[in-house]
Design a protein around this ligand. Structure first.
Ligand SMILES: Cc1cc2nc3c(=O)[nH]c(=O)nc-3n(C[C@H](O)[C@H](O)[C@H](O)COP(=O)(O)OP(=O)(O)OC[C@H]3O[C@@H](n4cnc5c(N)ncnc54)[C@H](O)[C@@H]3O)c2cc1C
Length: 434
């Protein structure tokens, strides 16, 4: 499979173009090979370089580093999530373990941006789980009880209050959580690329096609060249299956998002000049929608099983139209044609919403599958999988490994059929909030 993305992501196109891109142009060998340069792979590389300053570390990516899901997500660094799609974990102790991991994820990103003085539009604004449908009140009340037991500061807001905060009258109620950060995902991952140290070699536009292990030697085949490595860490998230990794434990979903141009001063005034905000849906297939720091509106309201992963222009245009409707019904007074960019990206899911953090063979490691929490959890898992692969212990590893392991998924075509039916059902239940 060819790993390619559209080049229309508003976050990425908002950054300066990079130069000095190196690709794999001859056979190489190394102590450590990391495959995938998103939050997970880049964090793993950073940690390995600290642990083994004299060893040779290579990180490869099939496209430009950070331009997969890590550069094209919605930018919510979450402390809590209400739904994980269709297999939400309802038990309190499991939910606590999950939020413990989210907290560690926030801490690790915070430390990174502090240490490297990263400007990524960090805003500790909290977030809203909002719905236009009064029938969702029960869900939010139950969620509130869970948050109360775990001491998460939050409150339920009604239409009028909400309208003032968001500048729109679309939503009828919301649960606001004080924790949770909004940021510019492209700026964050770009900083992770730019701060790689000299003992890490980054090779981009270099897709791993095949790998094999023979006693202690791991051979990785790319288009024209090979890398021989002693240890390997797979951080390819939605593309794990295409490398034959954890085949029956994860599946990719394709999401699409659109971003408007910045609102003009008059447009911004017309919606009451709200502060930057982020709304997550109460039901899994509802829209995620944000007002960004520079007064753009971001909306993500699709998730599908899509093959090939890279969407045709026609499919992307269809999603964009969907997103235009989503903006229109929330902001009826804004012009109809303010979407500036639309793009797709791949997330990775497991059946029970647990993440993958594993040694799959001697010297072969993998971390991934965070659904919509990869900014923090991916950054954390990258660091921790590097420690695990170096035979180090940590409290974080113990916490990560105390969660349930991902559960088994049926083979194709049953898996895709099941996922498609579930998505259809969820879309129907969320239809007012798409
Ligand atoms: C539209 C959208 C919205 C989202 N919103 C949020 C959000 O608000 N908050 C949040 O926390 N998360 C969100 N996510 C999820 C989040 O982006 C991911 O969980 C996170 O980026 C995963 O990071 P990663 O480094 O594991 O994987 P990725 O960023 O996907 O990186 C994997 C890399 O592996 C490379 N690769 C794959 N196969 C190969 C190969 N064979 N050879 C070499 N390289 C390969 C890819 O090119 C890619 O760069 C969203 C995702 C999408 C798509």
């Amino acid at each position: 499979m060819n790993v390619v993305n559209d080049n229309s992501c508003g976050w990425i196109n908002n950054l300066d173009r990079r130069s000095n891109i190196k690709t794999l142009d001859k056979n190489k060998s190394c102590d450590w090979l990391i495959v995938g340069a998103g939050y997970t792979g880049l964090s793993a590389a950073r940690k390995l370089s600290e642990l083994h300053p004299n060893q040779k570390i290579i990180i490869v990516d099939a496209q430009l580093a950070g331009e997969g899901a890590s550069g094209r997500n919605s930018g919510y660094l979450v402390d809590t999530t209400l739904n994980d799609g269709f297999t939400s974990n309802k038990e309190l102790s499991n939910y606590k373990k999950k939020t413990d991991i989210y907290k560690l994820g926030i801490d690790v990103v915070k430390n990174f941006i502090k240490e490297h003085q990263v400007d990524c539009d960090w805003n500790e604004s909290g977030k809203y789980f909002a719905s236009s449908n009064q029938k969702d009140r029960k869900i939010l009340e139950n969620f509130s009880k869970t948050l109360l037991k775990l001491n998460f500061e939050h409150n339920i807001l009604e239409k009028n209050d909400l309208g003032k905060r968001l500048g729109i009258n679309f939503y009828n109620l919301a649960l606001y959580t004080k924790g949770g950060i909004l940021l510019h995902p492209g700026k964050l991952v770009r900083a992770m690329v730019e701060t790689l140290t000299d003992n890490i070699e980054l090779l981009e536009n270099s897709q791993l096609n095949e790998w094999s292990k023979n006693s202690d030697i791991i051979t990785c085949k790319f288009n024209n060249h090979k890398i021989i490595t002693k240890k390997i860490i797979f951080c390819t998230n939605g593309f794990l299956k295409s490398l034959g990794i954890k085949n029956n434990y994860n599946f990719p979903l394709t999401l699409t998002a659109s971003m408007t141009r910045p609102l003009t001063n008059n447009e911004y005034k017309s919606i009451g000049e709200p502060k930057e905000w982020g709304v997550l849906p109460v039901r899994p297939m509802g829209a995620t929608i944000r007002m960004t720091k520079d007064k753009r509106i971001l909306i993500r309201n699709t998730a599908e099983v899509h093959s090939p992963f890279k969407m045709s222009k026609l499919d992307l245009d269809k999603s964009s139209l969907n997103q235009r409707h989503g903006i229109r019904k929330r902001f009826p007074n804004l012009p109809n044609d303010i979407i500036e960019s639309s793009w797709s990206g791949i997330v990775s899911r497991t059946r029970n919403s647990s993440q993958i953090f594993d040694k799959i063979d001697n010297n072969v490691f993998v971390a991934g599958c965070y659904n919509g929490s990869g900014i923090g959890v991916g950054t954390l898992f990258g660091e921790q999988i590097a420690l695990k692969a170096s035979n180090e212990d940590s409290d974080e590893i113990n916490i990560i490994e105390s969660r349930n392991k991902p559960t088994w998924l049926p083979p194709q075509p049953f898996l895709n059929i099941g996922v498609k039916i579930r998505l259809m059902f969820e879309r129907l239940r969320s239809r007012s909030d798409v």
